[in-house]
Ligand binder design. Sequence first.
Ligand code: AMP
Ligand code: ZN
Length: 479
Amino acid sequence: MHEIRVHNTLSGKVEPFVPLEPGEIRMYTCGPTVYDYAHIGNFRTFVFQDILRRFLKLRGFKLTHVMNLTDVDDRIIANAAKAGISIRDYTEKYIQAFFADCRALSVESPEHWIRATDHIDDMVALIQRLQKNTYTYPSEGSLYYRIAKFKDYGKLSKIDLTGIQAGARVDNDRYDKESARDFALWKAPKPGEHFWKTPIGAGRPGWHIECSAMAMKYLGETLDIHTGGIDLAFPHHENEIAQSEAATGKPFVRYWLHAEHLLVEGEKMSKSLGNFFTLRDLFAKGYKPSALRFALASVPYRRQLNFTFDGLQQATSSVERLRNFAARLKQEKFPAGSQPAIAERIAKAADDFDAGLSDDLNTAQALAAVYDLVREANIAMDKGEFRQGELAAVQELLANFDRVFAVLEDNDGEKLQALGYTDASSGLGDAAIEKLVAARQAARQRRDFAASDRIRKELAERGILLEDAKDGSVRWKRK
Ligand code: AMP
Ligand code: ZN
């Protein structure tokens, strides 16, 4: 087994990973803000942390992993007030949708799923510690963190703050602050919106204090790993460090791991560009959860991931190939005996697989090791050279692969139905598409162009494009 190395944003380097307690890892992941459905960019980051946790478990570590649901922030409070419902009622729908999305993508449940609104007391207690250490000051009913007092501010993001002038707009707080960089720990209530009555006054927590308070409550004052998307490094994680270390005087996190963003066809995802996708959008177009997981997992987390429909189609084929190989191992009878050259080849693939993941979670390298072996083993089987004696070793490698990548089980359809994304009749699988295409052809042949246009439109709405060839045949593809 190879030494595990990870890129630590704090040092800016790839370093050997050694947990504080031998064999045990305490890890925190910033979860979703549940005011809407999560998008595939969010899931790039959540699949990355899932691959990380699964790999660490495969390597025998005992994991305590906490992920929070940010079920209170300015947008949530304002939207709930507008709808005239409680925060719980407003967020419940998106929390359930997020859990379903996680199950669809085989994102394992962390040891603790926690909600910010269940931890207001812990946040207040942490703010009181900061008050005692004189890191806070009040202004217009809110409480701010005094960054000038925390000498290490900026050590994570290495951001140069000298250019930020007092009064410049660095966040959305429109309150009076001593310095533009200072951030709210506790915010004064807004008229008509929900607030908590607490010993530090009425109001609501700032976003950053949520994660500091919850992470330390479940994982102690020094964590091994903290993960999130790269956009969280500043200011969110920088502020988490400032709050936690000012309260405890101890290092807050030993390894910070950040995932680069997902782009769609080379562009930032945005609703106005029409390139914004939730999982539901893709499943409705007929793509499989396993293909999406594979597409998100296959690009190493520190590289930007350019999501394309071609790439998703390729991921579909890759998963198919791997499933076919697993089925072949199960079904075929191989001649007895052993082939030392093939045995060696399998051992090398297993070693390369571990080497890839140990090297800062290089999923592309780990996958290449498995693909190469699958190709060569298929050839050996076709030639009748593969022996029974190697079966267990290949199956073990495939099982280890799947403990991390989790795509081999052929259960996409059942999963989508069980999780309520589709009913049995409305999933647009290949067979359903072929049927509609044939119906359109029939309509054209009887010159019923209204009917044929209707079918073309219906398919287009579900992401299927038709190309009419000169010879009268039709090809279809997914958008
Ligand atoms: P949010 O729900 O906005 O708090 O985001 C949840 C997680 O998704 C955070 O770790 C973000 O950094 C991450 N994230 C947001 N947009 C993207 C993106 N386009 N690609 C990858 N991760 C993202
Ligand atoms: Zn956080």
